[in-house]
Design a protein around this ligand. Structure first.
Ligand SMILES: *Cc1c(COP(=O)(O)O)cnc(C)c1O
Length: 392
């Protein structure tokens, strides 16, 4: 792909093969181009893989967060907490609904919400009678460290728990390796993204998984304008109203995914286990390769989906030198993420990042990782880092 042509190593890239192309071509000749049998097959495959009872496919991961929060009654009077180290969508979804947003500072080593900080912040919020209605936890890079403690705190304080699992499709919980991300018994729902750089892709796409039948029904309505044809829900049908009759009960959206995309999703799902095995293998190999270099490696994990392989440097100047030096050597890296509260939009609302988020942002760098990354490419990354940082 891109790297073969230019000899550049991307920080991430999708894995598309002939079976994916054939699946898309077949879907284009089918009777339904949008939300038909392929969408249902994609949802069934995702529910089966994660072990969640229900799966609702949508247009993208941001749409999944938006209607996920709406289905859980987040609105203008709500307060939603999330992680400052995430993509802006994690906080924006609450703002779409007019809710106030708050941030829980992260562990500067992992970039994940620090459960101890969450505990302190919840106790303080209770004393001030301003507990959040919901917490959007983010499985940064595919890691779920500390999630059980976060879930228990949410239970204790009556906070609805939502997982922004955009990075974690294919991951399992560190505290429960037998449970796949999306099927945690204490979380109300989890959302995924199928943007090209995520675990699997549908071009653009998203999914919400939940164990609640009621939430699933609401999500299906919100995805399509808030419209229902469920006979049990219709309120004013007259005797002569036929099968055409529908009613709009809430303000929903057109957040449908089309069957062409869903067919790609079904095809990609068939290789999800392979993708996970390859990413975990690359992470294991980095763990060995980078051992003697002056940087901090992420904690080894056999449950993470390894969406990112984020190392940490000793200070921000070193990080900048490594980013520029690798780029000059044809190796792309990325910074995940600029703290959401430091974005002008959130600064204007009065937010600012805590010390953990600032420290993490200053020192993190995501090295290339993707299923088809070769040993030779990984060696090249290692050698280039050694060259720039003066390791061994
Ligand atoms: C990708 C991503 C999203 C949004 O997903 P889209 O499909 O791009 O809308 C949300 N949260 C996180 C953490 C993401 O990485």
């Amino acid at each position: 792909m891109r790297d073969d042509v230019t000899n550049r190593i991307p920080y991430s890239c999708q894995t598309i093969d002939d079976s994916d192309v054939a699946a898309v071509v077949a879907a284009m000749g089918a009777d339904f181009l949008t939300q038909g049998p392929s969408t249902r097959a994609f949802e069934d495959a995702a529910a089966k893989w994660t072990g969640a009872r229900h799966a609702i496919a949508v247009a993208n991961g941001t749409a999944a967060l938006h209607i996920g929060l709406q289905a859980l009654d987040v609105g203008p009077d709500s307060l939603v907490w999330t992680s400052p180290i995430s993509f802006v969508a994690s906080a924006n979804a609450a703002r779409f609904l007019g809710a106030d947003v708050g941030f829980v500072d992260v562990d500067p080593k992992s970039g994940l919400i620090d459960p101890n900080t969450l505990e302190e912040q919840l106790a303080k919020a209770q004393a001030q009678d301003r507990l959040p209605d919901a917490l959007v936890a983010v499985h940064l890079a595919g890691h779920t460290t500390g999630f059980d403690k976060i879930a228990n705190l949410c239970d204790k304080y009556g906070v609805t728990l939502i997982e922004d699992a955009a990075h974690a499709f294919g991951a399992a919980y560190e505290d429960h390796p037998e449970i796949k991300v999306g099927a945690h018994p204490q979380s109300a729902l989890a959302t995924f993204s199928f943007h090209p750089l995520k675990s699997i892709t549908t071009g653009e796409g998203g999914m919400i998984v939940t164990n609640s039948h009621e939430t699933a029904k609401r999500l299906a309505e919100l995805r399509s304008h808030g419209i229902t044809k469920d006979p049990a829900r219709l309120s004013v049908a007259r005797p002569d109203d036929g099968a055409w009759y529908y009613e709009q009960h809430t303000l929903g959206f057109n957040y449908r995914i089309c069957d062409i995309q869903a067919a790609l999703g079904v095809s990609q799902m068939a290789r999800l286990d392979d993708f996970m095995a390859a990413r975990r293998d690359r992470a294991r190999r980095y763990e060995e390769l980078l051992k003697d270099l002056p940087l901090e490696r992420p904690k080894p994990s056999e449950t993470s989906s390894w969406h990112l392989y984020a190392v940490r440097l000793k200070d921000t100047a070193t990080r900048r030198a490594l980013y520029d030096g690798l780029n000059a050597r044809g190796i792309e890296t990325q910074v995940h993420y600029i703290p959401i509260p430091s974005q002008p939009f959130y600064r204007y609302l009065g937010h600012s990042p805590g010390p953990g988020a600032d420290r993490y942002y200053d020192t993190c760098l995501s090295l290339p990782i993707y299923p088809r990354m070769s040993d030779a490419d990984q060696d090249r990354v290692r050698d280039a880092i050694g060259d720039i940082l003066g390791g061994v």
